[in-house]
Write a protein that binds this ligand. Structure first.
Ligand SMILES: Nc1ncnc2c1ncn2[C@@H]1O[C@H](COP(=O)(O)OP(=O)(O)OP(=O)(O)O)[C@@H](O)[C@H]1O
Ligand SMILES: [Ca+2]
Length: 973
């Protein structure tokens, strides 16, 4: 029975028996209900109630009976492929896990409302309202404070919604991440199902690096080492076997060896499920958030203190009689001025201070950062990159080195055998060659039989012929599939070929790069080996020639090595098959002896497996190079293969091998030499996970920012050490994914490039918004202070005007957040990690812009510009203030253009719809507000000339901030 040997029921054993303990009640029930199959397994499990109960049962005798019971049930199950059975098994629950409890919307709202700048504004608005109640000094409509509060509240809600949505999206991502396809055995057939669809009673093969998908009990185990840290918290690796510790917990990881488990409980009924149910999501610190929060809060305090100083100065002046009416007499004369008049002035002054605070406090900062981040992660998801830790986005923009595995990232992971040497014959997949791969008849019969025997048994993959389909379905790793597919070409009938009983397998050891299997063939036994060609060849004493003779390898060894070299230089992964025959009873007995490669093997074949470079990789690597990001290949594969692939994808520009090294060479260098050499190495081949860890650390010590990719369970240390860790979504193990910041869902290097681009653009977007918002704040405060101190006026007196600024605030955030990535971002070196978010250049831009705005507005205040013939009379003051305000708005709008534009070409702005829309709407709102609605003051209309002047002032401001920089750059170059 094929399924039988596959899952290895012969080794099936659940627990030991203790004679001295009584049979528990429910076990008796279990045994009694177990008539035929169908009821058997299901009810049994129900009675047993998951691993915990099984464990308890394990302590009792009679459990030996359980094992044989299960065994016979399962055997019967192989014959009965009932949907009924599946349905009943499904009744035990689905394998979906409750995620960590997410925070509710209200908790996000509560958190968002505690943002100090928002509080400042709300307090200011309330105070303004109270002042209004007190006196009639503020004649503006009542809706002003309401609007300010509403807008601020809206900001808080937007922030809470964004964070809430992000947390929900993150939960969805985590669920998707767990949803990996898995091979299981159900009803005797091998199926590929999602982890979520596993049911109680499924048999799940476990291999190196995979995550245990549900709670269960071992049926077969071979040097199985498990990491249960996630569940028990202990760092100790546990050795699982059938006798002492056959229980597996969902969520633990297979570190080594192979095994097969029977699922006993799923989803919420598992240990892991219970644990998750009681856990709360932890808040992750978002990138830039800390800095921006600090910035916004300190800016707010500064604004408040400046506004207070301005108020105090104004009040002092007033009470000392320095403030004059338009006719030149002091406004305040002690004894003459009524209390009402004085209060009115005080209230106006205070409300001016409050207005300044409302404009200048940068509430929008943290909202903008959040929107940017949410938007970027969404776009990245669409580009197949799933961000797990947001803080990585901040570092990714600064990455200088990307350490990249070869197989599956740079290459397509679509493997096929294209070159074979066997029995002195070389067969290649070249059309012009008579020794074609398809021409299998050239192989001598005995050799072919041995090869087929080796391929069929010595694999953890399988070939399944489904009814009605001619092409068989292949399971296993890509390498295994390629070899199995070649076996099919040789005429291997997988199920038939696997007839021999297998005394023991030797699981493939990725570090030693070989694995094997022993098979009993009547009185003789064969041990088949398979592994990296060099390793296997070194242990071969013989080879099979073209006439089925076993010949000493000595003279041939050099030639075979030449063939391996030739294959490797062609970029092929090179594997070898070998075997050894044993007399009856002479098989090694201890595990240690078994797993050691004997030194007198018979070489059967050398296999060259092609795995070509993914299309687009070369281009992406070139773009990384131009962006100052160096791509380094770190691979476990042969140095020659690595070199060929590196040449193919453009990591090695010329074929000189000065910057290529093996892991061992790198390891053996002195610390000093290693530091000198590390930045120059392009390819590190034959590198173990510890070598790549060393590589990452050495680069980091030199001050580089390193991103590393990871697949296997052994890559986790490297991933943790790297500044940004990238796990592969398809080829990656659960352990690698859990320890990564970003998951590359399609395993494609092109996606890595996209991630870099997105993160760089995120950084510049945030930089730009911060610059814009600070310019608004500082300009407003500066104008207020200057006007009060030099002109003794209330320039931005009307709170209504300030309301508009709040709109600019939000609009500005939108305008700068929703931007497409720009190609030019990859033409610049990475952002230095030591640079502050606001660079010196930005500070100077800010100062220049503020000086420009202040002097412009002061200049606009002069009577000649306003064409006032008789000094300030009637509405003149109001016209002047509206005019100034209008000019300020246009300066800011153009400033936003300038900031958005940065060093980009104007053409790109025209493609940025969001930006154009927001900018246009700001201008339109401004026109409507002033001219049509006249909400600021019905009497105040600016007229064409003043509008033109305002716009011109704004337009000039672009050049004003730009010009000094152009000059600076001109002289520097
Ligand atoms: N299943 C296998 N059977 C036989 N040989 C294998 C198998 N897997 C790997 N090898 C051998 O080990 C070599 C290295 O493979 P390995 O998977 O360790 O590195 P890689 O995947 O090519 O590199 P990377 O570290 O970039 O992923 C292969 O060229 C092959 O000779
Ligand atoms: Ca690998």
């Amino acid at each position: 029975m094929p399924g039988d040997s596959e899952v290895g029921f012969d080794g099936y054993y659940v627990s030991r028996a203790h004679d001295d303990v009584e049979v528990p009640q429910d076990l008796e029930t279990a045994t009694s209900v177990t008539g035929g199959f169908g009821i058997g397994l299901d009810e049994l499990v129900q009675v047993v109630g998951g691993v915990h109960r099984l464990e308890a049962l394990n302590q009792h005798n009679g459990v030996g009976g359980l094992s044989s019971l299960l065994k016979s049930d399962l055997k019967k199950g192989i014959d009965r492929r009932d949907d009924e059975i599946l349905k009943r098994r499904q009744a035990f629950g689905s394998n979906t896990y409750p995620c960590k409890k997410g925070n509710t919307f209200w908790s996000f709202l509560w958190k968002a409302s505690q943002f100090p700048p928002s509080l400042f504004i709300i307090i200011a608005a309330v105070m303004n309202y109270l002042l209004r109640m007190k006196g009639k000094a503020i004649h503006d409509g009542l809706y002003v404070e309401a609007c300010v509060i509403l807008a601020t509240a809206l900001g808080i809600v937007v922030k809470a919604i964004t964070e809430f949505k992000q947390s929900r999206q993150f939960k969805k991502f985590s669920e998707e991440k767990r949803n990996v396809p898995l091979d299981v055995i159900r009803g005797g057939r091998r199926l590929s199902v999602s982890t979520y669809d596993i049911v109680v009673g499924d048999i799940v093969p476990l291999k190196n690096g995979c995550q245990v998908p549900a709670d269960g009990v071992l049926c077969v185990a071979n040097s199985l080492k498990i990491d249960e840290q996630e569940i028990t918290g202990s760092h100790v690796t546990v050795q699982k076997d059938l006798i002492n510790d056959p229980f597996l917990l969902s969520g633990s990881k297979v570190l080594e060896g192979i095994g097969t488990m029977l699922v006993t409980s799923v989803g919420i009924n598992t240990e892991w499920g219970l644990k998750m149910e009681n856990q709360h999501e932890t808040d992750e610190e978002k990138p830039f958030q800390v800095y921006v929060k600090w910035l916004a809060t300190s800016a707010s305090w500064l604004v408040v203190s400046f506004a207070s100083v301005a108020c105090i100065v104004q009040l002092c002046r007033y009470f000392y009689g320095q403030t004059k009416k338009s006719d030149g007499t002091p406004m305040f004369i002690l004894g003459n001025t009524t209390i009402d008049e004085a209060t009115e002035f005080v209230i106006t002054s205070l409300s001016f201070g409050i207005a300044t605070i409302i404009v200048a406090v940068p509430v929008g900062l943290s909202i903008a950062v959040l929107l940017n981040l949410a938007n970027t992660t969404r776009k990245m998801m669409a580009d197949n990159a799933m961000v797990q830790r947001h803080s990585a986005c901040e570092r990714m923009g600064s990455v200088t080195h990307v350490l990249c595995h070869k197989t599956g990232i740079l290459t397509s992971n679509q493997m096929s055998v294209v070159d074979v040497w066997a029995g002195g014959i070389r067969m290649q997949d070249r059309n012009d060659d008579s020794y074609d791969m398809d021409n299998v008849s050239q192989l001598p019969s005995i050799l072919k039989e041995l090869i087929v025997e080796g391929i069929a048994h010595n694999t953890n993959g399988s070939v399944v012929f489904e009814t009605g389909v001619t092409e068989p379905k292949l399971y296993g790793s890509s390498t295994e599939q390629a070899i199995l597919s070649w076996g099919n070409k040789l005429g291997m009938k997988f199920d038939e070929a696997r007839s021999a009983s297998l005394p023991y397998p030797i699981p493939f050891n990725p570090n030693k790069k070989y694995g094997g299997v022993a098979l009993q063939l009547g009185t003789r036994a064969h041990v088949h080996w398979k592994g990296s060609a060099k390793v296997i060849l070194n242990s071969c004493k013989w080879y099979m020639d073209g006439a089925n003779n076993r010949i000493a390898i000595d003279e041939q060894k050099g030639e075979i090595e030449g063939i391996i070299r030739d294959m490797c230089m062609g970029g092929l992964r090179c594997a070898a098959l070998a075997y050894q025959s044993y007399e009856q009873g002479s098989l090694p007995t201890t595990e240690e002896e078994r797993s050691k490669l004997p030194q007198d093997l018979v070489l059967l074949a050398i296999i060259g497996i092609k795995d070509s470079v993914r299309p687009g990789t070369r281009n992406a690597i070139q773009m990384c190079n131009s962006g100052g990001v160096k791509v380094r290949m770190v691979t476990e594969d042969d140095i020659l293969t690595a070199q060929a692939i590196a040449n193919d994808c453009g990591i090695l520009e010329d074929s000189s091998n000065t910057n290529i090294m093996t892991g061992a060479q790198f390891r053996d260098l002195s610390d000093h030499d290693r530091e000198q050499i590390a930045p120059k190495i392009s390819v590190l081949a034959q590198a173990s996970p510890t070598d790549s860890l060393l590589f990452v650390k050495t680069l980091q010590e030199k001050g580089y920012v390193v991103a590393a990719t990871g697949m296997g369970i052994h890559d986790t240390k490297t991933l943790r050490a790297a500044d940004v860790s990238l796990a592969m979504g398809i080829g990656g193990t659960a352990a690698a994914k859990e320890n990564s910041d970003i998951i590359i869902l399609d395993d494609n290097f092109v996606t890595v490039l996209k991630v870099i681009q997105w993160c760089r653009s995120l950084y510049t977007n945030i930089q730009r918004y911060v610059l814009f918002r600070l310019t608004v704040s500082v300009s407003t405060v500066a104008i207020c202070v200057v006007e009060v101190v030099f002109y003794d006026a209330f320039p931005l007196h009307a709170v209504k005007l300030l309301l508009l600024n709040l709109i600019i605030d939000i609009v500005g955030a939108l305008a700068l957040a929703y931007r497409p990535t720009a190609r030019h971002l990859m033409e610049k070196p990475p952002i230095s990690i030591r640079d502050p978010l606001i660079t010196k250049a930005m500070w100077s831009k800010l100062v220049i812009q503020v000086i420009y705005v202040v002097q412009t507005l002061a200049f606009l205040g002069s009577d000649s510009i306003l064409t006032l013939k008789h000094g300030h009379t009637g509405d003149a003051e109001k016209v002047k203030n509206t005019f100034k305000f209008n000019s300020l708005v246009f300066c800011l709008v153009f400033n936003e253009f300038e900031i958005r534009n940065g060093d980009q070409i104007f053409r790109e702005i025209l493609r940025d719809n969001m930006f154009l829309i927001t900018m246009m709407s700001t201008i339109i709102v401004q026109i409507i507000a002033i001219e049509l609605l006249g909400i600021f003051n019905p009497a105040v209309r600016l007229g064409l000339i003043k509008w033109r002047t305002s716009i011109l002032q704004g337009f000039i401001s672009q050049f004003a901030t730009r010009f000094p920089f152009e000059v600076f750059h001109y002289y520097r170059n």
